[in-house]
Design a protein around this ligand. Structure first.
Ligand code: GLC
Length: 630
C-alpha cells in the first residue's frame, strides 16, 4: 500500500480532483441503495446446457438443490465435469458422514507419500486469546439482540454470527458517489493510518461485488455502478511524468471526495502513478471484464455489457494485450508488482496470475463482445490467442512428479524446433525445496516460464483462476486439488491461504525483493497468508468436485478470522500470526469469507464466476501422468 499522494487526475468538470484536505464526506452517511431483484431470462452463451447451468437455474427458480440432483443430472452427461463428486454429495446423511471419513482416511493413508508426514490431517486449533477483543468490537456494530454469547460456540452457530457480522461490516465499507454505492473501501481500521486503504481498489472490489451478486436476493446495483464508474475513469488521460499510459488501462483504485466549494462529490484515481514502484495494475482490466460477465450472468441483464461504451471499454483493454510486438509466446509480458502482489517479488516476466486472468478475461469477452464495429476481427484474434495460450500454459507451466523428473534430466543447448528443453532451462537451477515439496500425487502450474527461467514457486491465485476459467485441464484441476490435500500444512496450515510458497529467504530475499522489509520471509506477499483467497479456493474446489477441501478451510477461518478482527493477512510458516503490518477489518477478507460461505452453501453460485471447458477446443493435449494416480 502506498500513500495516496500524487494521484493522476483528469476528467470532466463534475468529477475533478480534490485535495485530501477538502475531504468531507463520510460514505456511511450516504443513503443506502434500493435494489431491484434481477429478472431471469434465457441465457445466450454456449454453456447453457452444462451441469453448472443446471445448478444456476435450480437456484434461481428457488428449487432446493439436493445433492442427489447434482449427481444424477450430471451423470446424464458423461462429458460434463462433475461439480460435486458423488462421494461428497450422496443424498443420505450417513453417506455424507462416510464421505468425510473416507476423505480423512485417504489423507492419512497417503501421508506415506509425503515428506512431512502431516498431510491431510485435521488441524485442531485452540481458541485464540483474542476472542474477547472481538466480542467487544462485534457488539459495537451489531444491533442489540444479536450480540454474541461468550464461550466456545458450535461452529455452525459461530459461523452464522460471523456471516451476520460480515454483512454488517461489508455494508459499512460501501462508498457512495452522489448518493449511489460505487464500491467498497479497502479497509476500515480505526487504529491505523489510512494511507490508500480508504480507496476503492478494483481487485479488492471483486469479492465484494460477487458477495452482492450472490446474496439472496441479489444487490446488483453497486456492481453496475462500480463497473460504469471505473469505465468512466478508464477514459481519463493518464500520465506519469511526461509519459501517457495506454487508453485501456484501468485504475488500481479510486476515491470519492466531497468538493465543498461546488457541493459535489468528485473522484480521484490511481493508475499506478502513486503505486509503490509506479507499476500499472495489469490485473484491474481483467477483473473488470470478469465482474462484468458475473454481473451479466447473475442478472441476465445484457443491456449493460451491450452498451457501446462498455463494448469499447472491453476492446480498449484487449488492445493493450493483443497488439503485435516481438512476442514469441502467447503469454503477456509484465513488470513486477503489476497485480495483487503489488511490490517487487520476482514475478516480472510471465506470471501465472496474470496469464490465468488474461485467459479468463479473453473467454469472458468471447461471450460478451458484439461482432459489429470491428468486434468480429477481434473475436477471431481472441479465439486464436485462447488456443495458443491454453496450449502454452497447459504444457510449459505444468509441473508434477513426472515432469519434474523430466526437467531434472533435461539436456541443454538443444538447437532447433525439435528441442525438448524448449527454454533451455538448466537443471541445476531447480531449487532444492521443490524436490521435497512435489508429492507423488498432485501437481500445479508454476509461477513463471521464460528463457532459461522457471519460477517453481506455487501461486494460489493463478492456479485457482486457471481452474475456474478452465485454463487448467480437468486432470490438472484434479491434480492441483490433490496437491493442496497432500501439502495441507504448507499451503493452508492454521489459517488459509498461502499466497505463494515457499518464502524467499536470505540472499534470495535480498536480490529478488530488493531487501523489502514488508516482504520478509513468511510475511505479506512473501509466503504470507491471505484470508481473501478463501473464496477462490472454495470456487476452485467446487468446480473440481472437491468441496470438502473448501469446507475444512472455511472451518479454520471460522475459528479465528472474526476474533482477530478480519486481518488483511497473517504471517508465519503456518499462518499463525496476524500480519506485521496487516490492517484489521480488511474488506476483502470479509467479502471473501461471505462469498466462500454462499458458494459452499449453494454451489450453484459458482456459475456466476466459473467457465466450462470449451468443447470446440478439442481434447487437451496433456494427459494424466502416471504420477497422478499414486
Ligand atoms: C495491498 C495488496 C493489494 C491490495 C491492496 C488493497 O497493497 O498488496 O493486492 O489490492 O493492499 O487492499
Amino acid at each position: 500500500m502506498n500513500p495516496a499522494s500524487a494521484t493522476i487526475v483528469s476528467g470532466q468538470e463534475s468529477e475533478q480532483r480534490m485535495s485530501p484536505e477538502e475531504q468531507h464526506s463520510s460514505p456511511e452517511e450516504k443513503p443506502k441503495s434500493t435494489d431491484t431483484p434481477p429478472t431471469i431470462a434465457d441465457e445466450k452463451d454456449s454453456t447453457s446446457e452444462s451441469a453448472t447451468e443446471l445448478l444456476l437455474n435450480l437456484h434461481l427458480n428457488k428449487a432446493p438443490i439436493s445433492p442427489t440432483d447434482l449427481v444424477s443430472e450430471k451423470c446424464s452427461d458423461e462429458s460434463e465435469k462433475l461439480l460435486v463428486s458423488p462421494k461428497e454429495t450422496a443424498g443420505e446423511e450417513s453417506e455424507k458422514v462416510k464421505a468425510t471419513v473416507k476423505m480423512q482416511n485417504t489423507a492419512e493413508e497417503n501421508s506415506d507419500c509425503s515428506s512431512n508426514g502431516a498431510n491431510g490431517k485435521m488441524i485442531v486449533l485452540k481458541p485464540s486469546p483474542s476472542v474477547m477483543n472481538l466480542d467487544q468490537s462485534f457488539d459495537s456494530i451489531v444491533s442489540p439482540g444479536t450480540g454474541r454469547q461468550t464461550g466456545h460456540l458450535a461452529s455452525s452457530e459461530s459461523g452464522s454470527m460471523m456471516v451476520d457480522e460480515a454483512w454488517e461490516r461489508l455494508r459499512k465499507s460501501f462508498v457512495y458517489l452522489k448518493g449511489k454505492p460505487v464500491g467498497t473501501l479497502a479497509a476500515i481500521d480505526p487504529s491505523a493510518e489510512a494511507l490508500n486503504y480508504n480507496q476503492v481498489f478494483v481487485r479488492d472490489f471483486f469479492p465484494s461485488g460477487l458477495a452482492c451478486l450472490m446474496k439472496s436476493p441479489p444487490e446488483p446495483e453497486i456492481v453496475k455502478n462500480f463497473l460504469l464508474k471505473t469505465l468512466y475513469l478508464q477514459g481519463w488521460e493518464k500520465r506519469i511524468d511526461n509519459f501517457t499510459l495506454g487508453e485501456g488501462v484501468m485504475p488500481a483504485s479510486f476515491k470519492v471526495l466531497y468538493d465543498s466549494h461546488r457541493g459535489k462529490d468528485t473522484l480521484i484515481a490511481d493508475f499506478g502513478g502513486s503505486a509503490i514502484g509506479r507499476v500499472a495494475p495489469v490485473d484491474s482490466g481483467f477483473w473488470w471484464i470478469i465482474l462484468l460477465r458475473s454481473y451479466t450472468k447473475c442478472t441476465r441483464d445484457h443491456t449493460l455489457s451491450e452498451l457501446p461504451e462498455v463494448q469499447r471499454g472491453m476492446k480498449l483493454i484487449l488492445n493493450l494485450c493483443l497488439s503485435d510486438g516481438f512476442d514469441t509466446f502467447p503469454t503477456l509480458l509484465c513488470a513486477d508488482g503489476c497485480s495483487m502482489i503489488d511490490r517487487r517479488m520476482g514475478i516480472y516476466g510471465y506470471p501465472i496470475e496474470i496469464q490465468a486472468l488474461f485467459f479468463f478475461a479473453l473467454r469472458c469477452v468471447q461471450q460478451m463482445l458484439k461482432p459489429e464495429g470491428g468486434g468480429k476481427e477481434l473475436i477471431e484474434r481472441i479465439d486464436k490467442r485462447i488456443t495458443a495460450l491454453s496450449f502454452h500454459i497447459q504444457n510449459y507451466y505444468w509441473l508434477d512428479f513426472t515432469q519434474l523428473n523430466n526437467i531434472y534430466r533435461y539436456r541443454t543447448e538443444e538447437y532447433s524446433h525439435t528441442a525438448v528443453n524448449k527454454f533451455n532451462v538448466i537443471p541445476d537451477s531447480i531449487p532444492d525445496w521443490v524436490f521435497d515439496f512435489m508429492p507423488l500425487r498432485g501437481g500445479y502450474l508454476i509461477g513463471n516460464v521464460s528463457p532459461a527461467r522457471m519460477d517453481f514457486r506455487w501461486f494460489l491465485v493463478g492456479n485457482c483462476i486457471a481452474i475456474l476459467s478452465s485454463l487448467a485441464t480437468p486432470a490438472q484441476a484434479t491434480a492441483i486439488m490433490d496437491l493442496i490435500e497432500e501439502r495441507w500444512e504448507d499451503l493452508i496450515g492454521e489459517m488459509p491461504l498461502k499466497i505463494t510458497y515457499p518464502a524467499l529467504e536470505g540472499h534470495q530475499w535480498r536480490i529478488v525483493t530488493g531487501c523489502d522489509p514488508k516482504n520478509t520471509r513468511w510475511s505479506y506477499h512473501n509466503g504470507g497468508t491471505w484470508p481473501v483467497l478463501l473464496w477462490l479456493l472454495t470456487a476452485a474446489c467446487i468446480k473440481s468436485g472437491r468441496p470438502q477441501i473448501a469446507k475444512r478451510a472455511i472451518e479454520l477461518v471460522e475459528q479465528r478470522l472474526s476474533k482477530d478482527g478480519w486481518p488483511e493477512y497473517y504471517d508465519g510458516k503456518t499462518g499463525r500470526y496476524i500480519g506485521k503490518q496487516a490492517r484489521k477489518y480488511q474488506t476483502w477478507s470479509i467479502a471473501g469469507y461471505l462469498v466462500a460461505k454462499m458458494m459452499i452453501e449453494n454451489p450453484s453460485n459458482l456459475l456466476m464466476i466459473s467457465l466450462e471447458e470449451d468443447k470446440k477446443k478439442g481434447k487437451p493435449r496433456l494427459t494424466r501422468s502416471t504420477s497422478w494416480s499414486c
